[in-house]
Every structure is written in structure tokens, then in C-alpha cells.
Design a protein around this ligand. Structure first.
Ligand SMILES: [Zn+2]
Length: 196
């Protein structure tokens, strides 16, 4: 999970998010975007611009450019209805990271938090190719790192060693590709935390 600098929200979202959130909560109906394809595309494009086309959480690249499925609500929209349209709650995320569904914890790390950085909370193990909590971090920060690794399954599903092995192999393959690349552009690679 790489640090994200948030850019400005589109005007139409700033103007409407509060009312739309209230309407969504009061209606009891299922969430919809309330805007046409063009504005949804604009939203996804802005979110992708912030991550250079990477998943906000696992850093997969390039992101599938499908519309609805790629917008993730950091605080799940089914629980935090009033902020379902709040710009600061929206991230672009891959289908794997979207499987988090309604799982949320107040200690979950948010990649656009002002004091967030990968190295403050995490370290990358170049032998296992797994993301681990930062050994030098405070206990509180380590706890947040563990919750984030678990909820976003940054190292695969804990109960499923197969997914852990797949992720490890995939990262190893990308890592080799990167170090053998005569002119590597880090932004064109997934899992940028391996190289920074
Ligand atoms: Zn992802």
C-alpha cells in the first residue's frame, strides 16, 4: 500500500455528496451512483490518476478500467451511509481488495492519511516476498499494520496457504523482471513497495 496524495474532487460530487448520503440513508434502498456513465468514468479516472493506475491497497497494476466495481468505499457504504458519496472515502481498488466487503476496523490504515507511509508501518521481506509489520514501529502502529494486512489480504488469505504462495511467486516474478529491466520505470510495475 503506497502513500496516496488526494487530488481535488469533481465539483458535482462536492455539491451533492451530503444530500445524496442523507437520501441514501433515509431511502433504505440499495446504493447507486446517481450519475451517468460519463461522470462515473470521470470519478474512476481521477481516482486512477492518484494511484498512477495502481490498486490503492495491494498496488496491483494496471487496474481494470471497469466502472462501478473499481470504486471502493474505505468505510463500507452499507454501514457508513452518510459518507457513501464523500470524496475522501473513495478509492480505486482491484476485485481482490473489494472482497473485503463490509469488513472495517477503525485502526485500518488509509493510504491518503497525511502521516501514512509504507515504511512507517510495513517492511517488505525480500526472502519470503511478504509484507510484514515494521519491526521498528510502535506497538500501536504494528497493530494497525497487522489489521491492514489481514483485512486487505495483502499477503493472501491467512487461512489459505495456496493464495499466500501464489502472491509470493507473483511478486518474485515481478521483482526479477524489474531488476532485469535495463530501464525500469517504477510506475509501470505493480507492488511498487518492493522497489522503494
Ligand atoms: Zn488490490
Amino acid at each position: 500500500m503506497i502513500k496516496i496524495e488526494r487530488i481535488d474532487a469533481p465539483e458535482w460530487l462536492l455539491e451533492n455528496w451530503e444530500q445524496w448520503g442523507k437520501d441514501y440513508e433515509e431511502s433504505g434502498k440499495e446504493f447507486t451512483w446517481k450519475v451517468g456513465k460519463k461522470r462515473k468514468r470521470e470519478l474512476v479516472d481521477l481516482l486512477l490518476e492518484m494511484t498512477n493506475d495502481h490498486c490503492s491497497y495491494c498496488d496491483n497494476f494496471p487496474m481494470a478500467r471497469s466502472l462501478q466495481e473499481t470504486i471502493d468505499h474505505f468505510r463500507p457504504k452499507s454501514i457508513f451511509k452518510l459518507i457513501a458519496y464523500l470524496w475522501e472515502n473513495l478509492f480505486v481498488a482491484c476485485s481482490k481488495c473489494q472482497q473485503r466487503n463490509n469488513n472495517f476496523d477503525e485502526k485500518l490504515l488509509k493510504p491518503d492519511e497525511s502521516d501514512y507511509s509504507f515504511h512507517r508501518y510495513f517492511e517488505f521481506d525480500g526472502e519470503t516476498f511478504m509484507i510484514e509489520p515494521q519491526r521498528k514501529a510502535t506497538t500501536t502502529d504494528q497493530e494497525r499494520a497487522i489489521i491492514t494486512i489481514t483485512l486487505f489480504r495483502l499477503n493472501g488469505k491467512e487461512e489459505d496457504r495456496g493464495t499466500r504462495r501464489d502472491i509470493s511467486l507473483e511478486r518474485r516474478r515481478i521483482y526479477r523482471q524489474f531488476i532485469n529491466d535495463p530501464n525500469p520505470e517504477i510506475e509501470d510495475y505493480p507492488f511498487r513497495f518492493m522497489f522503494v
